[in-house]
Design a protein around this ligand. Structure first.
Ligand code: ZN
Length: 223
């Protein structure tokens, strides 16, 4: 288990030192009241080591720890680095990261974001055409708890981490958000429209929602 980073915060609302584990950031967040001393924070951290070990043990393993990352639902091995060529690329055997081991999380993250930028917009475009929907803008974002959103102005946001999910799951999320352009609610007409265009119809939609519930935390926290 890699030691997670510690993020120090000061909050005027904090009445005592608060410790928590952010599963998505894979970091320990320590929040200090304004006048607390840093050494008190360090002391508190040490006094909670039992809790920390347990909380860390419950954290889903990171992609680097597992040596693999799902890409479009396929488990893709992270290959042992044989050359430090400064490049990150996807080969038929897995992902090659040509950087020192300690920098792998950073390079893997930026590679996946770029890969999502390349792969998700065409799927979105295709589904928009299929549904005859007219979104005004698509942006890929890194958000904590959502897979997608649609604003009243027709601006659709997708979580770039959908690139890790199998294609029908990503397509369901895209369909869901595009359907909001016609129905800005979750009423029966909205679901009818979603089910008309989701791969596998209503069953496919239910399966996709189940998949996201079961795998969501893993995708949000593994990298
Ligand atoms: Zn919705």
């Amino acid at each position: 288990m890699l030691t997670p980073p510690i993020i120090w915060r000061v909050s005027s609302r904090a009445r005592r030192i608060i410790l928590r584990l952010d599963a998505r950031k894979r970091a320990i967040i320590i929040t200090m009241p304004p006048h607390a001393k840093k050494e008190d924070g360090i002391h508190f951290l040490q006094s909670q080591s039992q809790w920390l070990i347990q909380a860390l043990g419950e954290l889903p393993p990171s992609a680097i720890e597992q040596g693999a990352i799902p890409i479009e639902g396929d488990t893709t091995p992270i290959l042992p680095t044989t050359t430090l060529d400064g490049r990150t690329r996807l080969t038929k055997d897995g992902i090659h990261i040509g950087h020192p081991q300690s920098e792998h999380p950073v390079y893997l993250l930026s590679f996946l974001k770029k890969y999502a930028q390349k792969q998700l917009p065409p799927i979105f475009q295709q589904q928009s055409t299929y549904m005859n929907a007219q979104p005004t803008k698509l942006s890929l974002r890194d958000v904590k708890s959502r897979w997608g959103s649609c604003s009243r102005k027709g601006h659709i946001m997708l979580n770039w981490r959908l690139i890790m999910a199998p294609r029908p799951i990503a397509t369901y999320v895209i369909t869901h958000e595009l359907a909001h352009l016609s129905h800005f609610n979750h009423g029966p007409s909205f679901w009818n429209l979603v089910d008309q265009y989701t791969p596998g119809g209503k069953i496919g939609r239910k399966e996709a929602e189940k998949w996201l519930t079961q795998n969501g935390i893993r995708l949000l926290s593994m990298i």
